[in-house]
Design a binder for this molecule. Sequence first.
Ligand SMILES: CC(C)(COP(=O)(O)OP(=O)(O)OC[C@H]1O[C@@H](n2cnc3c(N)ncnc32)[C@H](O)[C@@H]1OP(=O)(O)O)[C@@H](O)C(=O)NCCC(=O)NCCS
Length: 164
Amino acid sequence: MNTTGLKIEFLADHPHWVETLASWHHAEWAHLFDEWTLEIARIELADHATRHSVPTTLVLHEGGQLLGSVSLVIEDAPELQGEGSPWLASLYVLPSARGRGHGSRLVHAAVNLAAKQGVECLYLFTPDQAAFYERLGWTRRMRTRLHGNDVTLMDIALPMANAA
Ligand SMILES: CC(C)(COP(=O)(O)OP(=O)(O)OC[C@H]1O[C@@H](n2cnc3c(N)ncnc32)[C@H](O)[C@@H]1OP(=O)(O)O)[C@@H](O)C(=O)NCCC(=O)NCCS
C-alpha cells in the first residue's frame, strides 16, 4: 500500500484529537477497568497531550484523519503493577482502517520510543490479541484474570543499543 501520507506523531502535537480518542478508548475498554469513566479517559489523554515522554500517546493519521493510537504508561491495570513497568497500552486502530499494518506500525513506534527513552523491558496485557503481539516479537509470560476477563501478560526486551 502507499504509505506516503501516513504519520505517527505525539498526541501532544495534535491535542484536538483528545476527545475523539477518549471516546474510542472508553467504548473499547471500559469493561476491563473499575470506575474508568469517559471523563477519566479524557483527563488521562489530556495529560498525555502535555508531554513527549512516558506517560504519553502517539497518534497515527493520514490526510488529516485520525486512524489510531498507542500509549506508553507507567501503570495500566493496578492489579498487574507488580509485574513490571512501563506498559504499552491502548493500542487502537479505527475499525475501517484495520488489516493494513497500522496496528503493527503503532506497536513498532511505541517500542522504538521506549527504547530511545532508555526502557529495557516493556509490558502489556491483552484479552485477545496475544498472537498479534507475538508476531511482533513479544513473549507471553502468563495468563491471569482481570475483572472477570482472561488476559495474557506479555513483555519485550528492548536492546540497550537502541537507547539514545
Ligand atoms: C489489534 C489491532 C490494533 C490491530 O490493528 P491492525 O491495524 O488491524 O493490525 P495490522 O494490520 O498491523 O495487523 C498485522 C497483522 O497481524 C494480523 N493480525 C491482526 N490481529 C491478529 C490476531 N489477533 N492474531 C494474529 N494475527 C493478527 C493481521 O491479519 C495482519 O496480518 P498480515 O500482515 O499478514 O496482513 C486492531 O484490531 C484494534 O484496534 N482492535 C481493537 C482494540 C484492540 O484489541 N487493541 C489491542 C489491545 S491489547
